[in-house]
Design a protein around this ligand. Structure first.
Ligand SMILES: [Zn+2]
Length: 295
């Protein structure tokens, strides 16, 4: 079967009519594509260039930045992913030096220690092929840039929280694409790193205090279907004095959500007893990570 319904007209000069979608008007298509380019040029107007000097190779380059006046928050997910209208600041979170391939989240960009610079030169720059990016970034570009930053963090053996935060943001980008398989893979890596950071690093971690981090560990466990662990972490947040009201509320809400949706009545009871027991006596929990927590 010939897919080209206009075959036979080539000799009349119409040899470039391929992939015809007969009932989708050319005009509508053109409008759609012009709508799209309008959207892109509108997004471009929310951006400006920031002059940066690369701490690895000293080259000056321009990083795209979102004008703070153009942030429009739509909503926040339970693991702190913020959804934005108009333009997505996460897309511009990574600064990348196109000369040497050094990349990181912008808050970390200048924090690279001088003795790590050679590691970037050896493991990144030696292989780096410069890449031209369009004026306006999309979710796929964001994923590529976050992954490049993650590779940089890995190469210079950054602390767990940096790698974890990059993984968390990659997971969020996959969420935007409704790619739950990859989202869960990166949420898993994020959880591993945030748990390690919780026990080893000083707070705040990327702006999160101890209890906010505990809540996030609970919520990542929840998203990864580790309901028992999630409940334990939420309970710890709920019973601690001095926790921000908003975080306590979130922990309560998510605990209720898990109980209602995933646990049978018997299981809830035993879970409640376990939680009560472990809040009364810190040393009796059988769970290793709880023991670690109270060290
Ligand atoms: Zn550089």
């Amino acid at each position: 079967m010939n897919d080209n319904i206009f075959s036979g007209l080539e000799k009349l000069g119409f040899n470039d009519i391929i992939n015809v979608d007969l009932y989708n008007d050319i005009k509508t298509k053109k409008e759609k594509s012009s709508d799209n380019s309008k959207k892109i040029s509108k997004q471009g107007s929310y951006l400006y260039n920031k002059e940066i000097i690369c701490p690895v190779c000293n080259t000056a380059f321009k990083a795209k930045a979102v004008k703070t006046s153009s942030y429009r928050v739509l909503s926040r997910d339970t693991d702190f992913f913020t959804r934005y209208a108009v333009i997505n600041p996460y897309f511009y979170d990574i600064w990348l030096c196109n000369s040497c391939g050094y990349a990181s989240m912008k808050v970390d960009f200048f924090k690279i220690k001088s003795y790590k610079i050679n590691e970037i030169k050896t493991s990144i720059t030696s292989k780096w092929k410069p890449r031209e990016y369009p004026e306006v970034y999309d979710v796929d570009i964001a994923i590529e840039r976050y992954k490049l930053a993650l590779l940089n963090y890995y190469v210079i053996e950054s602390v767990a929280s940096k790698k974890a935060m990059a993984c968390l943001k990659i997971a969020w980008m996959y969420r935007l694409k409704n790619d739950s398989k990859n989202e869960l893979i990166f949420l898993g890596h994020a959880l591993t790193g945030i748990e390690e950071a919780f026990f080893k690093e000083d707070f705040p971690i990327y702006g999160m205090d101890r209890y906010t981090t505990m809540y996030l560990i609970g919520e990542l466990n929840h998203k990864l279907s580790n309901y028992d662990k999630a409940l334990l972490w939420f309970s710890k947040v709920i019973v601690q004095p001095g926790v921000k009201y908003k975080i306590k509320e979130l922990a309560r809400d998510q605990r209720e959500y898990i109980k209602l949706n995933y646990l049978s009545e018997n299981k809830i009871e035993s879970k409640e007893n376990e939680n009560e027991k472990s809040t009364k006596d810190h040393s009796i929990s059988k769970k290793n990570f709880i023991n670690k927590f109270f060290k």
